[in-house]
Design a protein around this ligand. Structure first.
Ligand SMILES: Nc1ncnc2c1ncn2[C@@H]1O[C@H](COP(=O)(O)OP(=O)(O)OP(=O)(O)O)[C@@H](O)[C@H]1O
Length: 314
């Protein structure tokens, strides 16, 4: 049963010009899309740069003016701008952006950044509020003393964890993640993706995962929307899309992912042993039986991606 439905959503941007700065044309950034969201699932929104992914995410959360169509959240019509939406919606739907740095106010301590949503939505007494901040930092694997620090004192991956902690503060149902790892180093990307999956399991979250990278989406998503010039050319389960793509554009996108490289059982075992033994788990390197070093990015216990060739190792 879906808790959010998007019906024939359109976002058109006017292009102004001429002497009177009048509308001379339109950009059909989102041009009639339908979506549904069920609890606990991850939805992928994929397509090339400029196809309308970010505009869709921003329109869903109310940051972009909707030209026409409808968004229903738990039966309530929320097709309005952000200010006019109910606090229930703001609490239940959160967004994480690609740029982990600029989404955190550099002048505020982490404690104040995390306290903001708690104050706005949960209204906890001071002691409970501090407890909640500690809990959030623990969930995202950050030390408790992080709360006294400022954003610039953290790495990109840590900042994205803090952004996720802030998104989790209101116990949301849906998190819209717009390219959440594409600005991070390759090795950190996998950590953040895995961590997002863990948090999802723990809290029954739904994700809308916006990405141009079909390789990453494959590991994250249950259901995928393929976007091209503001429309969905194909949508379906991960299996539908990856095993039986129908649309030429999907096939083209898929063909741009580096081919999968299944590695034999022995190689996998030795790579894993080396990975654990030599580099003590946290450094993503492994040797194969010929002594070659691999930079491996663990996507799960059994899936790795080579950092250099981006090939998948199962
Ligand atoms: N405020 C705006 N005014 C006019 N056109 C815009 C505006 N914002 C986005 N666009 C245009 O709308 C289209 C969709 O942009 P959008 O950012 O949603 O694409 P995207 O798929 O997220 O791309 P990317 O992956 O590069 O972020 C693009 O042609 C873009 O130039």
């Amino acid at each position: 049963m879906s808790f959010m439905q998007v019906v024939d959503l359109k976002v058109h941007y006017p292009i102004r010009g001429g002497f009177f700065n009048s509308v001379i044309d339109w950009v059909y950034a989102v041009d009639g899309i339908d979506m549904e969201f069920e609890q606990g699932k991850t939805y992928g929104l994929v397509g090339e740069s400029g196809c309308g992914k970010s505009t869709t995410g921003k329109a869903l959360i109310g940051l972009e003016k909707i030209t026409s169509g409808k968004i229903l959240f738990e039966g309530e019509d929320v097709t309005k701008d952000r200010k006019s939406r109910t606090s229930h919606f703001h609490r239940e739907v959160q967004m994480i952006f690609q740029d982990s740095h600029s989404s955190l106010n550099p002048r505020k301590r982490i404690a104040d950044i995390l306290a903001e949503p708690i104050r706005n939505f949960l209204h906890l007494p001071p002691r409970e509020e501090m407890k909640k901040i500690d809990e959030l930092l623990e969930i995202v694997g950050m030390p408790a003393d992080s709360k006294e620090k400022y954003p610039h004192e953290f790495s990109g991956g840590q900042k994205q964890r803090i952004n996720i902690a802030r998104a989790l503060a209101t116990n949301p149902k849906l998190i819209i993640a717009d390219e959440p790892v594409s600005a991070l180093d390759l090795s950190v990307q996998a950590q953040v993706l895995n961590f997002m999956k863990d948090v999802q399991k723990e809290f029954g979250l739904t994700y809308l995962f916006i990405s141009h990278d079909l390789g990453v989406v494959k590991h994250m998503c249950d259901y995928i929307y393929i976007m091209y010039k503001g429309r969905f050319v194909e949508c379906g389960t991960k299996e539908d899309i990856y095993e039986n793509p129908k649309h030429l554009y999907t096939k083209r996108l898929l063909s741009s992912i580096p081919a999968s490289t299944p590695v034999g059982r022995e190689k996998r075992k030795s790579a894993r042993q080396a990975f654990e033994k030599v580099y003590e788990k946290h450094i993503h390197k492994a040797f194969d039986e010929n002594g070659r070093v691999y930079d491996l990015i663990p996507l799960s216990d059994t899936h790795y991606v080579s950092a250099s060739s981006k090939k998948e190792i199962v």
